[in-house]
Design a protein around this ligand. Structure first.
Ligand code: HT7
Ligand code: ZN
Length: 872
């Protein structure tokens, strides 16, 4: 297959000013008629080329005249009409089969309902169209279906007419905003609706409707609340108001992704919308809040200003992630949010950037754009916006964003347009920042301090290097904003002088490969706290003593760096084989006793670096060694702190049992639960080499925690504690859980995932058995991901079993799902991505699994693109 290249971009030859669609819905024979008003804007002789896939063409008319088959050419991907006037109307009729569409792209059926997913290139599975983001059109949509079974007929915009026609009925929707086809949506079926309203800052009333499965209306209340908070936040923080009179969200069971920002009609994976204390955890609440915000914020960053082409995907995704992170930080606390965002970036984006699938935030070519909805586009894209904001400061950032939205409203823009807005408001050249978008790989930043006590001067030597990545051998320096401060060895903040000003914190931008920064009036030999709040997405090597890391762990004024120091120490101690937990335990004890810190922060600092975190720094990667060392270190820490953590846990337990207050998902209450559950988890780690009395105690604690839970957060923590012990109670507890929730698909997903993630060698057989379970269905992405993805991505010690059986199992699953849902199958290929970094026999076994995948006949473009790159 021929790759699509950014350098081949050509503006469209035709504008589609108006698009009228009529859907006659039928499970296997849906008829779609499109009436397009077209106008030539390109070369005079250019033919009209429309894109379409898996469509049965019923007829085409040009200005009312039915065309002969000799007037046009149809290929599996296009419909071309050679000879067309400069302005004309085209009527196209096609037939499609939503029931058979298991790709979950285009129009498909989920739980007896019709729904659509058009981003990125799904609209072409609905009707022939210039399905590209720079063709913006005004859509009017008629949806017709039988009244029985399909009471709700929804599409984008405002409902302008509805009526009955015998056993059928119809609804006509008009979207007054020009939009690309990827933002089109349609939903039809039986639904429950939760209604509310929002009055915008300028006083307009917007009706809010969230549609869910019948009987689930109450579970949409949290999403509704999050939606209203998002709408208010976007007004207050970005000055952006909602623009239609109606905003709808529909939750569906079968979905390839988290959610989709279709204009006025967002479609959500039900797992990211439905919430109540008995069925979802605090982490789910948090995620729902942020995804609701993310999709809503797209109304401006994505819909009002869209992307010229899919290479600019991060223009909308990076910016919108940055916006949703800002919202979550305001809702839940900046430090905790920043730590979580950086953890996510390091867990997924750093390995991507360091392996064969590395690509720039603005890639230069692709086979399937679906493969580029990656952590790099989303998370690194968000980091770039964050660096720009750090660099220009919050006020100028707001001015630049105002400028961006005002000057690009209603258009399909590029990353250059985004940077132009920063140039417009600062008068500065932002071209150097474009390198962050076009250059793959994580920059390595090194900082070497040297202190001269006599002159009280601290000199910092800074250097950056980015290693070669596939197809990009030579790298250039990028602008790296480095926020830094100083503290004394006993943890007190130290002031210093820079540019004639005395400060306790400064921002330095490293623009070249190397630079020197001099800080004056530094009273004592300092501890350097660099890259505060993680001011740039780089890998930092700071030359410092362990004592300095401990000083930062105990008292860095920047909470991010406090957590970072703890993580860095833990990584060193775990991997050094001889490292002991004693000093670390003391610092953690002091942190847990610090009343100025909030519970959510303490919960985070208790969490040790994960096995994949450790795999990033050990070469070659030896998964069994990492697992053994981490478990041993955690056990040592647990033993060293056991009495303290048990006492603290008990205090919280008493408090919990006494509390009469109903469950609240607010950040403070969630932080309390997170801390108590983190303490439980740490206590459980002492089961390694425990004597009978300790083992019995742990069993009892785990069971007690599980059985006395009054919400899903605690119940899952109890179940995971039982799983960690993997004793006789494990199967019985799983059975109990299953019996309680067998009619709740979203909770059953948790039950499947908890088993798949249990770090016990027996899990591999269990996971195989789970794929034979009557409730398992590989065609339902949520269920498949709960078992297969959870296992491959979150159970490293078992996935990387030295037998290679974990690899075989995952390769089989990729091939199985690729037959009907290539987009979902391809996402799993990344678990083999870094195989070259692994020790033998892992590297060879992973390679063999990739080769087997690639050699399979009829592989989709999606899987073959990623498997091919992973092997290269
Ligand atoms: N913009 C949305 C992306 C999306 C998607 C992409 C490919 C295939 C299916 C998809 N569903 C949704 C989601 C977002 O980032 O907001
Ligand atoms: Zn998005």
């Amino acid at each position: 297959a021929r790759p699509i290249r950014l350098t081949d971009y050509k503006a469209p030859d035709f504008r589609v000013s108006d698009t009228k669609l009529v859907f006659d819905l039928h499970p296997t024979e849906t008829k779609v008629t499109a009436t397009l008003t077209l106008e030539r804007i390109g070369a005079a002789e250019a033919p009209l080329v429309l894109l379409g896939e898996r469509l049965k063409l019923l007829g085409v008319s040009l200005d009312g005249r039915a065309l002969e088959t000799s007037d046009y050419e149809v290929t599996p991907e296009t419909l071309t009409i050679g000879d067309v006037p400069d302005r004309f109307t085209l009527d196209i009729a096609v037939q499609i089969n939503p029931q058979d569409n298991k790709t979950l792209e285009g129009l498909y059926m989920s739980s007896g309902r019709y729904c659509t997913q058009c981003e990125a290139e799904g609209f072409r599975k609905i009707v022939y169209f210039p399905d590209r983001p720079d063709v913006l059109s005004k859509f009017t949509v008629t949806v017709r279906a039988p009244k029985a079974g399909f009471p709700y007929l929804l599409s984008n915009g405002n409902l302008i007419d509805a009526g009955e026609d015998g056993d059928a009925h119809y609804a006509i929707w008009e979207d007054p905003f020009f939009k690309p086809s990827y933002l089109f949506a349609l939903v039809a079926g039986e639904l429950d609706v939760l209604e509310d309203a929002f009055t915008t800052a300028s006083g307009r009333k917007v009706d809010l409707k969230i549609y869910v499965d019948t009987g689930m209306r109450e579970r949409a209340a949290y999403a509704m609340d999050a939606l209203k908070r998002s709408m208010r936040w976007d007004e207050e923080v970005y000055g952006l108001e909602y623009d239609l009179d109606l905003f709808m969200i529909v939750a569906v069971r079968d979905f390839n992704f988290g959610a989709m920002e279709n204009k006025g009609l967002n479609i959500f994976n039900a797992s990211l919308l439905l919430a109540d204390p008995d069925t979802v955890t605090d982490l789910d609440y948090e995620r729902i809040e942020s995804v609701i915000a993310h999709e809503y914020f797209h109304n401006w960053s994505g819909n009002r200003v869209t992307c010229r082409d899919w290479f600019q995907l991060c223009l909308k995704e990076g910016l919108t992630v940055f916006r949703d992170q800002g919202f979550s930080a305001d809702m839940r606390g900046d430090a905790v949010q920043r730590i979580k965002d950086v953890k996510a970036l390091r867990a997924r984006q750093f390995p991507e950037d360091a392996g064969p699938l590395a690509h720039p935030v603005r890639p230069s070519s692709y086979l399937k754009i679906d493969n580029f909805y990656t952590a790099t586009i989303y998370e690194k894209g968000a980091e770039i916006v964050g660096m720009l904001k750090t660099y220009v400061g919050p006020e100028v950032y707001r001015k630049a964003l105002d400028h961006y939205f005002q000057t690009n409203d209603g258009t399909a823009a590029t990353l250059e347009d985004f940077l132009k807005s920063f140039e417009a408001v600062t008068g500065e050249d932002f071209a150097p920042w474009l390198k962050w978008y076009v250059q793959a790989g994580t920059p390595h930043l090194s900082i070497t301090p040297s202190y001269d006590a006599e002159t009280q001067r601290l000199t910092l030597a800074l250097a950056q290097v980015t290693h070669p990545t596939p197809a990009q051998a030579n790298k250039h320096p990028v602008p790296i904003p480095v926020r830094l401060g100083l503290l004394s060895e006993d943890g007190a903040p130290l002031t210093f002088t820079i540019d004639g000003e005395t400060v306790s914190d400064t921002l330095f931008v490293l623009r070249e490969a190397e630079a020197e920064l001099v800080l004056e009036d530094v009273a004592v030999a300092p501890v350097v706290s660099a890259l505060r709040r993680f001011s740039a997405p780089v890998k930092l090597t700071l030359t410092e003593l362990d004592a300095h890391k401990f000083a930062r762990f105990r008292g860095d004024a920047d909470p991010f760096n406090r957590w970072e120091a703890a993580q860095s120490l833990a990584k060193d101690l775990i991997l050094s084989a001889t490292g002991t937990a004693a000093a670390y335990a003391e610092a953690l004890r002091a942190t847990l006793a610090d009343d100025t810190l909030d519970d959510a922060f303490k919960a985070l600092i208790i969490g040790l670096p994960t096995e994949p975190d450790l795999a990033q720094i050990l070469t070659p990667v030896d998964p069994a060694y990492i697992h053994a060392r981490r478990s041993a270190f955690k056990a040592e820490l647990s033993n060293a702190l056991f009495d303290d953590i048990e006492a603290l846990y008990e205090r919280f337990e008493d408090e919990r049992l006494e509390a009469q207050a109903p469950f609240s998902p607010d950040a403070k209450s969630a932080g309390r639960r997170a801390l108590r559950n983190a303490l439980l988890d740490l206590m459980m780690a002492s089961h390694i080499d425990a004597d009978d009395a300790r083992r019995e105690k742990l069993n009892w604690r785990a069971q007690y925690h599980y059985q006395l839970s009054h919400n899903m957060t605690d119940l899952m923590a109890g179940l995971n504690a039982v799983a960690q012990l993997h004793g006789e109670d494990y199967d019985g507890t799983l059975e109990h859980f299953y019996d309680m929730f067998k009619t709740e698909p979203l909770v059953l997903d948790k039950w499947f995932a908890a088993q798949a993630m249990c770090a016990n060698p027996e899990t591999l057989n269990r996971v195989r058995r789970l794929t034979q379970h009557p409730d398992f269905d590989a065609r339902v992405p949520n269920r498949w991901r709960a078992v297969v993805q959870a296992f491959a991505a979150n159970n490293p010690s078992v996935f990387h079993d030295v037998s290679g059986q974990g690899y075989d199992f995952i390769a089989d699953q990729i091939l199985l799902v690729d037959k009907f849902n290539p987009m979902t199958a391809a996402r799993l290929v990344e678990v083999f991505g870094g195989f070259k970094r692994y020790a033998e026999p892992h590297a060879s076994l992973m390679k063999a699994a990739l080769e087997r995948i690639l050699a399979t006949p009829d592989l989709s473009k999606n899987v073959s693109e990623l498997a091919g790159k992973a092997l290269a």
